[in-house]
Ligand binder design. Structure first.
Ligand SMILES: O=C(O)CCC(=O)C(=O)O
Ligand SMILES: [Fe+2]
Length: 194
């Protein structure tokens, strides 16, 4: 696993946008898809907000994804496998890069067909503790729904394929999710400082 962690960190250091395939095994990815499907069927997924938690704004013109926060308290074996993996990644990041990460938060995300998230930044420097954004994709079939990341005068599109992880600084890079033509599933989260 450390080889995959290093691949993600090295590509982040080289280009400001880390990506790696196979961050999640196919098996874990499939279990997490199953969890999202169960949550969706049980009407547990909530419209995502924008802004900070005090001022949640359900603006469908900005984003139309649905979310559910992961928590060890759920005692779900696959969710806990995911957290175990993230614990290993965070301790690797802290020991190899002195990143000083002290916590994290992750939610399941479902973009139904036709959904998107307009160009935004995840955290403004003045407030908030989100240091790094991390998205792990779960779709075995993809149609649209690329993550477009803006840097300098250009942009790059990342296809949200199962098992792939993307990692970038939350305070620096503007990005958007293009309209997806198929349900698009992922785990989205932030590594936090302070
Ligand atoms: O799912 C993605 O590719 C990006 C999601 C995102 O930008 C966010 O939730 O802040
Ligand atoms: Fe974002």
């Amino acid at each position: 696993m450390e080889i995959i962690f290093n691949e993600l960190i090295d590509s982040y250091l080289a280009t400001n946008v880390g990506t790696v395939k196979n961050f999640l095994s196919q098996a874990l990815s499939a279990h997490l898809v199953n969890n999202i499907s169960t949550l969706y069927a049980g009407d547990k997924l909530l419209a995502a907000g924008t802004g900070n938690k005090r001022l949640v704004n359900h603006d469908k013109l900005i984003r139309s994804d649905k979310i559910y926060w992961l928590d060890r308290i759920h005692n779900d074996v696959h969710e806990n496998d995911f957290f175990d993996l993230m614990d290993r990644f965070v301790s690797h990041l802290n020991s190899s890069c002195y990143a000083g990460i002290t916590g994290y938060e992750f939610h399941y995300t479902l973009y139904e067909k036709g959904s998107f998230y307009k160009r935004h930044i995840d955290n403004f420097k003045q407030n908030g503790t989100r240091a790094f954004s991390m998205i792990i994709y779960l779709n075995t079939e993809v149609d649209g729904g690329a993550l477009r990341i803006y840097q300098g005068n250009g942009s790059q599109d990342i296809s949200p394929d199962a098992g792939k992880s993307v990692f970038f600084k939350s305070t620096e890079l503007e990005h958007e999710v293009l309209v997806t033509q198929l349900p698009r599933m992922s785990i989205t989260g932030w590594l936090k400082v302070g």
